[in-house]
Design a protein around this ligand. Structure first.
Ligand SMILES: C[S@@+](CC[C@H](N)C(=O)[O-])C[C@H]1O[C@@H](n2cnc3c(N)ncnc32)[C@H](O)[C@@H]1O
Ligand code: SF4
Length: 388
């Protein structure tokens, strides 16, 4: 690790590292991931390490305070590869010794040996994709694991000293009942996981789920039932000490994901690997999502950064409103004024009054915060606030 951090370094940066491999594609998922043979994993990790070297040089004025290794399924890399990747990060970036380092894992690919490796590599947060705690529903959405494997994964994590654990859930799976949601939340509470992400199922075009729905193989729960599932989840988790700090994210005190908070609070992050996104110096860009192109360009010491755009002031304002309203801290109007030079409470006075009257937002300590009703109608609230 580099130890001579120059006093001029003041900026923090999050790193997102994309691992595009899965053992099998789940029926609902359209993330950039695919099944590849072990030699392809070696090729990809070699390219990733080259990108880390190139970018480490370009970002030496930054301190890395969060790393998120996501996918795909990072836990399906070969033994030793995560350690290798993080060693390359340590060798080429200024890594804060207290950095939050998270990894996404599937229950069936977490092993004792991998957890020992992750600990050794400095990982301190594990995010496990459970999706649903019901064997029939797991099968229905094409997951490879069962409930028992999830319980074992949690046990392994804890016995290897990982306390900071997130569990991903999906609500609104075809044929899912409110009772299923209640049961799984009680179970997670008993397991004392520190963080829960509860996403509403998105039907992505081109997935097997979308095909099956169109062909009447099964149906989604009614909209009314989906709302009930979300309301129950929200109330249950808050009642049991999980703070909803973002519309879909719940955490015990001080276990919020520092990395994800960067996305919602306009902080800078750099994406490494296939299809990863970056936001830095008021610019956004994406790495190519073409696997062969990625490997080829990196091997020629070139970064294929696409859709590069400068974020002008209008877009910055819109992003600031859009992202901060997703969080329970809301939009801080004092900070907003310092940043953009005008008072949003004044300029949007009429809209804000109407949103308050309709119980969609409230003002807390000069912050605009969504109410429970507002979170459910988030897109409408945002549109009204950013509309010219
Ligand atoms: C990029 S995935 C990777 C996680 C890991 N491979 C796994 O499956 O557990 C991150 C999370 O996105 C969520 N997700 C993926 N596709 C989704 C969809 N169509 N609708 C809602 N959530 C989705 C799942 O909860 C998943 O755990
Ligand atoms: S949900 Fe996770 S395991 Fe399933 S295909 Fe998507 S990234 Fe892969």
């Amino acid at each position: 690790m580099k130890t001579n951090i120059k006093p001029s370094i003041v900026k923090n940066l999050g790193l997102y590292i994309h691992i595009p491999f899965c053992e099998k594609k789940c029926d609902y998922c359209n993330f950039v991931s695919f099944c590849k043979a072990p030699n392809e994993k070696n090729t990809y990790v070699d390219a990733l390490k080259k990108e880390i070297i190139i970018q480490g040089d370009a970002y030496k004025d930054y301190i890395i305070d969060t790393i998120f290794i996501g996918g795909g399924t990072p836990s399906c890399l070969l033994d030793g590869q995560i350690l290798d990747i993080l060693q390359a990060v340590k060798n080429n970036f200024n890594l804060d010794k207290n950095a939050e380092i998270s990894i996404e894992c599937n229950p069936n690919s977490i092993t004792q040996q991998k957890l020992i490796e992750y600990k050794h590599a400095g990982i301190n947060r594990i995010s496990i994709g459970l999706q649903v705690y019901n064997n029939r529903l797991l099968k229905l959405i094409g997951r490879l694991h069962n409930k028992k494997q999830f319980d074992n994964a949690i046990k392994f994590c804890k016995s290897n000293g990982f306390d900071n654990i997130n569990v991903d859930l999906i609500l609104g799976i075809p044929t899912q009942k409110l009772y299923d949601v209640k049961k799984e939340l009680h179970h997670l509470k008993r397991l004392k996981v520190k963080h829960i992400s509860a996403y509403g199922l998105i039907v992505e075009e081109g997935t097997k789920l979308s095909f099956n729905l169109k062909n009447g193989v099964y149906n989604l729960p009614s909209e009314d039932l989906q709302v009930k599932m979300y309301d129950y989840t929200n109330k249950f988790l808050q009642k049991h000490g999980y703070f909803r700090y973002e519309v879909s994210n719940f955490a015990k005190k001080s276990f919020e994901s520092k990395h994800n908070l960067k996305y919602w609070t306009n902080q800078e992050y750099l994406g490494l690997g296939l299809n990863s996104s970056s936001y830095c110096g008021y610019e956004r860009w994406k790495n190519t999502d073409n696997y062969e192109e990625y490997i080829h360009s990196i091997n020629n010491n070139t970064l294929l950064q696409l859709e590069k755009e400068k974020i002008d002031k209008k877009a910055q304002i819109e992003e600031c409103v859009m992202l901060s309203l997703r969080t329970s801290f809301g939009l801080n109007c004092n900070i907003f004024k310092q940043r953009f030079g005008f008072d949003i409470l004044q300029s949007k006075n009429v809209v804000i009054k109407s949103l308050i009257k309709n119980d969609l937002i409230k003002i807390n300590n000069n912050c605009i915060v969504c109410t429970d009703k507002g979170f459910k109608m988030l897109n409408q609230v945002i549109l009204e606030l950013i509309d010219d």
